[in-house]
Write a protein that binds this ligand. Sequence first.
Ligand code: PAF
Length: 302
Amino acid sequence: MFPRVLFSGTCRLPEFNSMDLAVDVIDSPARMRELSDTFREAAPPLGLVPTMGALHEGHLSLIRRAVSECASAVVSIFVNPAQFGPGEDLDTYPHTFEKDLEVCREEGVSAVYAPSVGQMYAKGFDTWVEVPSLASGLCGPCRPGHFRGVATVVAKLFSACKPDRAYFGEKDYQQLVLIRRMARDLDMGVEIVSCPTVREKDGVAMSSRNVNLRREERENSRSLSRGLFRARELLGEGEARAAVLIQAAREELTKACVEIDYVEVVDSETLAPLETVQGSCRMVMAAKIGATRLIDNISLVP
Ligand code: PAF
């Protein structure tokens, strides 16, 4: 099933003249490795911000942090077919490549790594990275193969860009935890830096998929953060039972008529479900609004 999705994907990079842009755009892993060596020899550390493009304020916060903390910062832009299942939104995923390059240039990014699908997954590609204990719950059942695709592409991005640090948003919390484990287990020597979720003024977490929401759906999407904030408020009032906090969050989602996938309170590192808020834990949720699946999470500190 997978190769059909993989090799039918076309490279959608628009034609551009890299001479017009004051940021190096690299499309081959070999050339990227060379450039990364040059950056690191000139002055470490080298930071990487992996993205699928359609850059928004959430990405900007990662890019700004990488640029401010590292001598050189690379942004990768690659819409990874391996992390989209059949029937998911690969074909409608927003593409704003030239605008993204402009943003990277303005933010002082040293290079953009934008390989084609063919360069990332040559014919016969058959090596995968899996972190089953962290991929099997939460979004795992609803998106079979998704985290395998994420872990594999991030491992490949690390091989090509050879970063000292890589920056990921807490918005995709399961992804963040899984990549941190992969980097640790495979001795990748990359420090995984987590950055707080950036929210719109009304609380909605920034996501490239928000542009797909119609007006009413956008309004209903506020229920996710409302649910999380309500749970945190209850915790502040002394309620530590996960079931009660989950119920309160679910009520917000139900009022907005969104299709709940899951709402759980989990351990921050193992993602194991908890019955009581204690130690470091998170409330995580996923819901479908129309055709768009959204996720959000918040830390719960007793
Ligand atoms: O979070 C994302 O945008 C993607 O999952 C990532 C990490 C760039 C891998 O394709």
